[in-house]
Design a protein around this ligand. Structure first.
Ligand SMILES: [Zn+2]
Ligand SMILES: [Zn+2]
Length: 275
């Protein structure tokens, strides 16, 4: 008799694993010092279980941009962003829950031509999404070792920037992960440009600043040289608005100045003799 194979999902980080009859022994993403194992130890769920207890909210954010986030929140609680351009739609970042209502809503918006994800904490159920919409997943090659469910549809892009279409560009910033990426959307903010930043450049609660960390939950900062490199990576691209990885994390305007002044503040704070 064959055993039931399931794709287990880590309850703390939301990452889905290859099919197995028993849950994996551990989640390498949560054992890494950038994450943590949940308070009750390692726990697992499945997509079918998630579909019982959660739904996705589909929220229009501005012309050409729709947020997709799970209610009640699951794991890290990020929401994905669907960018619509004439050349095709991109899902920026990803979430663990995919259900029929979400598939229908995304199809009504024109489906997906590609999925691109900022970093391993948001890889979530990316292969479920890629199979539902027949869309490749673009991940930075430097984070290849953190892919828990490998699939031929994953495209590992190398180097510093990767153009998609209609001016959409994936930009490697590094810092949080070696391959931590942002998506530049030139059509965002009524043509002034938007940066979809995940937590590569994280929008903080005052919505006027951003921050940069090696680990957010464990509060491990980055050295000045890395922060300077992140700022330099996005400097050539015009943008006014920054969408962080969660619903409320938005800098509506003057985003580029916010990145600059936040980096200066950060470097001052971690430099010796500033007290
Ligand atoms: Zn995990
Ligand atoms: Zn992260």
């Amino acid at each position: 008799m064959s055993e039931l194979l399931q794709h287990f999902i880590c309850k703390t980080c939301g990452t889905q694993f290859p099919a197995s009859s028993q849950p994996p022994a551990a989640c390498p993403i949560c054992l890494d010092q950038r994450q943590y194992v949940g308070f009750d130890g390692q726990e697992w769920t499945t997509l079918a279980e998630l579909q019982q207890a959660h739904t996705n909210e589909i929220r229009p954010l501005e012309p050409g941009l729709t947020g997709i986030g799970t209610t009640p929140p699951f794991a890290i609680g990020q929401r994905a962003l669907l960018v619509q351009t004439p050349g095709g739609n991109v899902l920026w970042d990803c979430i663990s829950l995919l259900d029929d209502a979400t598939i229908e809503a995304v199809r009504a918006l024109g489906g997906l031509s590609a999925i691109a994800i900022s970093h391993p904490h948001f890889y979530s159920s990316m292969i479920e999404w890629c199979q539902a919409f027949d869309a490749p997943v673009y991940l930075h090659a430097d984070d290849r070792r953190w892919v828990m469910r490998p699939d031929p549809a994953v495209v590992f892009w190398p180097g510093e920037a990767y153009p998609l279409w209609d001016g959409l560009t994936l930009i490697r910033c590094g810092g949080h992960f070696p391959g931590s990426t942002v998506l530049h959307w030139p059509g965002g903010a009524a043509g002034k440009g938007a940066l979809l930043s995940g937590d590569t450049i994280t929008v903080v609660p005052d919505r006027r600043h951003v921050s940069f960390m090696y680990s957010y939950p464990n509060l491990i900062p980055l050295p000045a040289i890395t922060v300077e490199r992140i700022v330099a990576a996005v400097e050539p691209y015009p943008f006014d608005r920054i969408y962080g990885g969660w619903w409320e994390r938005l800098i509506p305007q003057d985003g580029k100045a916010a990145v600059r002044r936040s980096a200066e503040r950060y470097i001052r704070a971690i430099s010796a003799g500033t007290e």
